[in-house]
Design a protein around this ligand. Structure first.
Ligand code: GLC
Ligand code: MG
Length: 577
């Protein structure tokens, strides 16, 4: 375990305000600079022709992750579920949903993953279960041991309707509407931060905490390498000393009381008990490793929270929580964002999380957010992939971003009517039937129209395709300069002007400069080095994207460089100083 390793960080300011840091510590643990990849199992590969992806499909295609340089993949929920929120509403935490396969299929997946060296991370959804979960049904009936498994409350007397009850507080759920729903049978309200069908578990109850540790153990024993913890900020709610629930103040940002944004969530988000709960889960994982050996099992945390809270979810110096609390900062950028916006966004993380904890990770998409091509524009997908790989730390790639898949305009179907459907469409493997995703022509969400061009098969064979660039980037991530980010390595990042962004990575063995032009105009930059030794100003083009007019191996003088619109390049130093 690495928590006690001390590190020294030296930062200096160079040209153009670019901050340069050299860190010396022991070598990084596997997850610290890993390439993580999120699979949305419904949409990755269908093995049985029902038009919905499944575990055997993932097993069948696992080598692909190896081919593109992935360290570990996290799977969105595969557990038994009525699928009201596509698996984020779990009815049995210990079973695989038949849509995805069986426990046997899961064991086969793990076996193959271990054989070829891909780590498997599961989604852990602790905040709530499905209302169809046996625990909830027992809780409704106040069965022994389950009475307090969920958050139940009598409600307030309605002054206008004698005998009727009003919800205990004004809280609004994340998907809209009241956070409290009346249950006729139990004659009480229950709390749900998300859907009505997703009742919140009661973490003030030690039995719930024990049960969830059992869930972690169950999957760890089956060989998983960690968990992505769902909806972390929403686990605890504030209760007054007298057992009542305080109303949240209005935010002023909308006048619609049905919308989540209507209130300022000071009592239902990021409560301190949640931080402590993460520390509890982390110590359980540490203990598990001590007892069972093997490599570090990790926790990823989904928390759309301010950086000072993310800081606590990571740890406070004596206690540790999530190894990688997701860094969603860059997802706030858009096509109109420039190099300076990017710098500000990166600094927001680095100034706190790197400076305090020497940790960084970069997330550019997931099943809840628009795809990169949609947010930034198709021409910027490669730029974004280049940047996130160039930065020190771990990267998280949502399936399909490595080939530049875009949002797909979807219409409600019998199976799904979710505003997040556009970023959840089937993965595009080939230019054949159903993009090689399924043998069926009916898939649960439509295949994107662009699949003939945007697919793995075609891009494998095309020089400078998004896929091939992605693969090259993953190789770079294993080079001495990239690997050395915590160990005698140097790196710096910053905007050179409004449009061009630069990252420098170096080690005693090698040195790279990553240059990205976010703008749609030709940019002249330089000098990027002012050495009087001409040799020291010469580098060569090493990795090129489709907007670059250069060839690999071509020399370039750092005194003056032209960057084409949307060009992204990696330069390599040929002669070490
Ligand atoms: C997380 C998931 C999202 C889900 C919600 C409720 O935010 O990423 O997809 O709807 O939690 O579980
Ligand atoms: Mg299937």
């Amino acid at each position: 375990m690495r928590e006690n390793i001390s590190s020294v960080l030296i930062c200096v300011f160079l040209f153009f305000n670019i901050s340069t840091c050299t860190a010396t510590t022991a070598a990084a643990d596997w997850w610290e600079d890993s390439s993580l990849y999120q699979i949305y199992p419904r949409s990755w590969k269908d093995s049985d022709g029902d038009g919905i992806g499944d575990l055997n499909g993932i097993t069948e295609k696992l080598e692909y992750l190896k081919e593109i340089g992935i360290t570990a993949t996290w799977l969105s929920p595969i557990f038994k579920s009525p699928m009201s929120d596509f698996g984020y509403d779990i009815s049995n935490f210990y079973e695989v949903d038949p849509i995805f396969g069986s426990l046997d299929d899961f064991d086969k997946l793990i076996k193959k993953a271990k054989k070829i060296g891909i780590k498997i991370i599961l989604d852990f959804v602790p905040n709530h279960s499905s209302d169809e979960c046996e625990w909830f049904q027992k809780s409704v009936e106040r069965k022994d041991g389950y009475d307090d498994f969920y958050v139940w409350e009598n409600g307030l007397d309605d002054p206008n309707n004698p005998g009727k009850k009003l919800p205990p507080s004004n809280w609004v759920s994340i998907f809209g509407g009241k956070m409290w729903t009346w249950n006729d049978k139990r004659q009480q309200f229950y709390l749900h931060q998300f859907q009505v069908k997703q009742p919140d578990l009661n973490y003030k109850n030690t039995k719930v905490r024990e049960e969830m540790i059992k869930v972690l153990k169950f999957w760890l024993d089956r060989g998983v390498d960690g968990f992505r913890i769902d909806a972390v900020p929403h686990i605890f709610e504030k209760v007054n000393a007298d057992g009542t629930y305080p109303d949240e103040p209005l935010s002023g940002s909308t006048s619609d009381p049905e919308k989540y944004e209507y209130l300022d969530h000071i009592y239902t988000k990021d409560q301190y008990e949640t931080v402590e709960l993460l520390y509890e889960w982390r110590s359980y994982l540490n203990k598990y490793q001590e007892e069972n050996g093997g490599e570090t099992r990790i926790l990823l945390a989904e928390a759309y929270s301010p950086i000072n809270v993310i800081d606590q979810y990571f740890g406070n110096g004596t206690h540790f929580g999530a190894h990688l609390p997701f860094n969603f900062n860059l997802m706030g950028l858009r096509g109109s964002s420039n190099a300076r916006d990017l710098e500000t966004s990166i600094k927001n993380w680095m100034d706190v999380m790197w400076n305090k904890h020497k940790t960084a990770n970069w997330v550019l998409g997931n099943h809840d957010n628009n795809r990169i091509a949609y947010n930034f524009g198709k021409e910027k997908v490669d730029l974004v992939n280049v940047i996130i790989t160039a930065l020190p730390g771990a990267t998280v790639t949502y399936y399909g971003e490595e080939i530049g898949m875009s949002n797909v305009e979807t219409q409600c179907t019998e199976i799904s009517c979710d505003s997040r459907d556009p970023e959840r469409t089937p993965f595009q493997w080939t230019d054949g039937k159903s993009a090689g995703f399924s043998s069926s022509s009916k898939t649960w969400l439509p295949i994107s129209d662009d699949y003939k061009k945007v697919n793995v098969k075609v891009q494998r064979g095309a020089d400078r395709s998004t896929l091939n660039i992605f693969k090259e980037l993953q190789k770079l991530k294993r080079s001495p300069a990239y690997k050395a980010f915590k160990d005698n390595g140097g790196w710096s990042y910053g905007a050179i002007n409004d449009q061009v962004f630069q990252v420098i990575r170096s080690s005693p063995q090698d040195e790279y400069r990553i240059l990205v032009n976010f703008g749609d105009k030709l940019e002249e930059i330089g000098p990027l080095s002012n050495s009087i030794e001409d040799n020291e100003n010469i580098m060569e083009y090493f990795l090129l994207t489709s907007h670059s007019p250069h060839r690999r191996g071509e020399k370039v003088n750092l005194k003056s460089i032209y960057m084409m619109p949307f060009e992204a390049v990696v330069l390599k130093r040929i002669i070490k100083k």
